[in-house]
Design a protein around this ligand. Structure first.
Ligand code: DGL
Length: 289
C-alpha cells in the first residue's frame, strides 16, 4: 500500500464517492446513495477475487481493505464508504490511519446508533459474518454508547453464503437457513435485530419472514448514506459539475462479471452497463515481483 504524497493531495468535490465490499452486498448502500445524492459520481469496487471476507482472518481483511482504499483514493475518491461490516470491523481504523486526508465511513457506527435508537429495552441481537462477530467490534461499539444493553451476537455464515448469491435458486433452503439462524439470535428477548452484514439486504424478505412481529429490523444502509450526505455538506464536498455523473462499477475477478451484473439488476434494480474487471495496483505490483 502506497504511503506516497497521493494521500496528502487536496480532495476535489468533483471526485467520486468510493464504495467497496467483497461483492454485491455493498450495492445495498450504493442504491440509496444513488437515489439520495443523484448528482454524485459513484466508484464501486466488489472485491470478488477475495469473496467471501467473512471467514478470513482480521489481518487478511484489513490488508484487503487497505489495498482497495488505496485504489479508490488514487482514482480521486473524495469520500470512501466501506459498505461491508466485515471490512469495517477489520479495517476501518487502519484505513483512516493510512489515509488521514480522505474521510472514510464504515457500517458499524451508523448501524449501532440506529439500533440503540430503536431498542425499547429488550436488547439488541446482532447477526453478521464470522469475522464481524468474532471481532467483537459491534458489541464494543454498542457498549461504548450504553453499557447496560443486552446483546446477543451470532454469526450466520451459511445464510450469508446464499445471500451473496442473491438468495440462490432454492427458496426452501434459504428459508430453512434463515429459520435456523435468525430466531435463535432473538430467543433471549431482543426487540431489535441489527443486520450487521450488507448482504442481508439481498435476502431481506427471507429474513423478515422469520422475524417475530414487534422486533425492529435495522439495516444500516440508509443511516450510512445519511452520514455521507451530512459529511459532504459539512465539508463543502458536494459535487458541483452540472453534467450527469458517470458511475463506475468494478469487480476484481473477471469471472464474476455476468453474475454480478445479473444480481445487481435482480436484487437492487441497478442497471450496470459496463462492468469493469480490474486488478488493484497493490496486487499488480505483487504479481510482477
Ligand atoms: N458484505 C460483507 C459484510 O457486510 C461480507 C460478506 C462476505 O463475507 O464477503 O460483512
Amino acid at each position: 500500500v502506497s504511503d506516497s504524497p497521493l494521500t496528502a493531495r487536496r480532495i476535489s468535490a468533483d471526485g467520486p464517492i468510493g464504495v467497496f465490499d467483497s461483492g454485491m452486498g455493498g450495492l445495498s448502500v450504493a442504491k440509496p446513495l444513488l437515489e439520495r445524492l443523484p448528482h454524485e459520481t459513484l466508484l464501486y469496487v466488489g472485491d470478488t477475487a477475495n469473496l467471501p471476507f467473512g471467514p478470513k482472518s482480521i489481518e487478511t481483511v484489513r490488508q484487503i481493505s487497505l489495498e482497495i482504499c488505496d485504489f479508490l483514493i488514487r482514482e480521486g475518491a473524495k469520500l470512501v464508504i466501506i459498505a461491508c461490516n466485515t471490512a469495517t470491523a477489520a479495517g476501518l481504523a487502519a484505513c483512516q490511519e493510512a489515509f488521514p486526508d480522505v474521510p472514510i465511513l464504515g457500517m458499524v457506527t451508523p448501524g449501532v446508533r440506529a439500533a440503540l435508537a430503536a431498542t425499547r429495552g429488550g436488547g439488541i441481537a446482532v447477526v453478521g459474518t464470522l469475522g464481524t462477530i468474532t471481532s467483537g467490534e459491534v458489541e464494543r461499539a454498542i457498549r461504548a454508547q450504553d453499557a447496560s444493553v443486552r446483546i446477543v451476537a451470532r454469526e450466520n455464515e451459511d445464510l450469508l453464503r446464499l445471500a451473496e448469491q442473491g438468495g440462490g435458486d432454492n427458496p426452501a433452503l434459504l428459508h430453512q437457513l434463515a429459520e435456523a439462524s435468525i430466531p435463535p439470535a432473538l430467543a433471549d428477548g431482543a426487540d431489535t435485530l441489527l443486520l450487521a452484514c450488507t448482504d442481508y439486504t439481498c435476502i431481506r424478505s427471507a429474513v423478515d419472514a422469520v422475524v417475530p412481529s414487534g422486533v425492529i429490523v435495522i439495516d444500516p444502509a440508509e443511516a450510512v448514506v445519511d452520514e455521507a450526505a451530512a459529511l459532504l455538506l459539512a465539508r463543502g464536498l458536494a459535487r458541483t459539475t452540472p453534467d450527469p455523473p458517470r458511475h463506475r462499477f468494478c469487480v476484481t475477478d473477471p469471472l464474476a462479471v455476468p453474475q454480478f451484473r445479473d444480481h445487481a439488476r435482480a436484487a437492487f434494480g441497478i442497471e450496470i452497463g459496463h462492468l469493469e474487471s480490474i486488478i488493484l495496483p497493490a496486487r499488480r505490483e505483487r504479481m510482477t515481483v
